[in-house]
Write a protein of this length. Structure first.
Length: 59
């Protein structure tokens, strides 16, 4: 397959893509941000607990 055929096929394939609407993108972004914040808080709490535990075990 040559480059021009590849580009034509790629353009045709992109024309068939169902792109998300703006509200769908915003909703997905919010979901990702909430997940990242929740995961960050979980890791922070676990780090704090392990740090406290190590201080008790190794004074």
């Amino acid at each position: 397959m040559n480059l021009m055929q590849y580009l034509r096929d790629s353009r045709a394939e992109l024309a068939r893509v169902t792109w998300p609407t703006r509200p769908q993108v915003i909703e997905g972004t919010q979901a990702v941000l909430i997940f990242v914040i929740a995961l960050t808080l979980i890791v922070f709490v676990m780090d704090w607990l392990f740090h406290a535990l190590i201080r008790v075990v190794l004074p």
